[in-house]
Design a protein around this ligand. Structure first.
Ligand SMILES: [Zn+2]
Length: 386
């Protein structure tokens, strides 16, 4: 497919959803287009399904009488024949590759309005399907309705029956104790205890959970991230406890991944947490070879947006549970190695071991239960499909 005149003409007409394209990483692990299909849904909705090998990062724009989905870091599928159902608003589908971006251009028989977020679903793999971006839409109101033929609804398989997968990462472990309180409490011990409690509670709530470590072992940060990928996780939670030069500092803080830290403090924290990998432990070379993480797609809109959405949710849940918050914004951003994956997620600093009273709290079972209850609420409230 050519990406020349056709696209140039379109650019001025784009009313792209406001997005922040974050800087890219050096190497690109490509996503690829598998299938494109249309169908009719109840309510005379047109359904467009774009299936990709990895979790897609996308933007949607609305040139006149077209719907354009731009997939970041994705290769075209030149042998693809879109499966077109009768009775939809889509008259033709073409692909246009520009650099590492792939545009899926759906020509429409009539104008449409901007599609509400509720009608755009990102489904994780199940059974025969890979990742699917599912978009439902109707013609713009005020225009004549088409006499759609009674085509049977072509539904895609839904995620019904598949449990949402949450990977819980207890930070540090083994030779790496993490930070240590004045009373001798080690971060690796506290977060493992919280992680196990959290796993039990989330399992009971109907989620499929995995721990990156279930005992006092050392894992590299990339190995932890890779577990999220391998388990097709929908959410990745990395649990930590903090230390501050000021022993008076208290409270939780929540972080998501970005290449630039949101503030100096976040930058220092990412440096400290990333330093775990500098502890030299041999024996993981083989594992490292197996790690294939789509580094650049995590930079993209969808994953970043979902991560921030979750992070805001867990910050609210902590505040509602009256857990003390470190002064500052609800969610900060920094380049945490453990969050480098295509899985949305956050790094939770549960409190300060450097503060004597919070050290006591963090090792108490009652306070750990309180933290876990708040995290469970945040996971239940998180919108996994969008
Ligand atoms: Zn830590």
């Amino acid at each position: 497919m050519k990406f020349t005149r056709r696209t140039l003409l379109k650019v001025t007409g784009l009313s792209a959803v406001a997005i922040a394209i974050l800087p890219r990483m050096a190497f690109a692990a490509r996503n690829s287009l598998r299938t494109v299909r249309t169908g009719v849904q109840p309510g005379n909705k047109t359904r467009l399904v774009i299936e990709t090998a990895s979790r897609p990062s996308y933007t949607i724009s609305y040139p006149t009488n077209q719907l354009v989905i731009t997939l970041a870091n994705t290769s075209a599928n030149t042998s693809l024949a879109p499966a077109m159902a009768a009775g939809t608003l889509v008259t033709a589908i073409t692909q246009a590759q520009s650099g590492d971006k792939l545009q899926i251009i759906a020509d429409l028989s009539r104008p449409i309005n901007e599609i509400p977020r509720d009608n755009i679903m990102l489904l994780s793999p199940n059974g025969d399907n890979d990742y699917r971006l599912v978009i439902d839409f109707t013609g713009a109101t005020g225009t004549a309705t088409t006499a759609a033929s009674a085509t049977p609804a072509k539904t895609t398989k839904t995620t019904a029956g598949r449990k949402y997968v949450v990977v819980i990462d207890a930070g540090h472990g083994g030779k790496d104790p993490g930070c240590i309180g004045k009373g001798g409490t080690q971060e690796k011990t506290v977060v493992l205890s919280v992680a196990k409690k959290l796993k039990n509670q989330l399992d009971a709530a109907g989620f499929q959970t995995y721990l990156t470590r279930s005992n006092d072992t050392y894992l590299k940060l990339a190995q932890r991230a890779a577990i999220g990928e391998k388990k097709h996780a929908d959410l990745f939670l990395s649990l930590h406890a903090n230390a501050n030069p000021s022993r008076a500092m208290q409270g939780f803080s929540i972080y998501t991944l970005s290449e630039k830290a949101s503030d100096e403090e976040a930058a220092k924290l990412a440096d400290a947490e990333n330093a775990a990998d500098k502890i030299d432990v041999s024996g993981f070379e083989q594992f490292d070879k197996d790690i294939r993480i789509a580094l650049s797609s995590l930079q993209q809109h969808a994953v970043a947006e979902m991560s921030v959405e979750y992070a805001n949710g867990v910050a609210s849940a902590f505040k509602r549970a009256k857990i003390k918050q470190q002064p500052g914004p609800d969610v900060r951003h920094a380049p945490f190695a453990v969050l480098r994956s295509t899985v949305p997620g956050a790094l939770l600093e549960l409190g300060h071991l450097s503060n004597a009273s919070e050290e006591k709290l963090l090792k108490s079972s009652a306070h750990q239960d309180k933290l876990v209850a708040a995290i469970v609420k945040s996971v239940k409230a998180y919108n996994f499909d969008v």
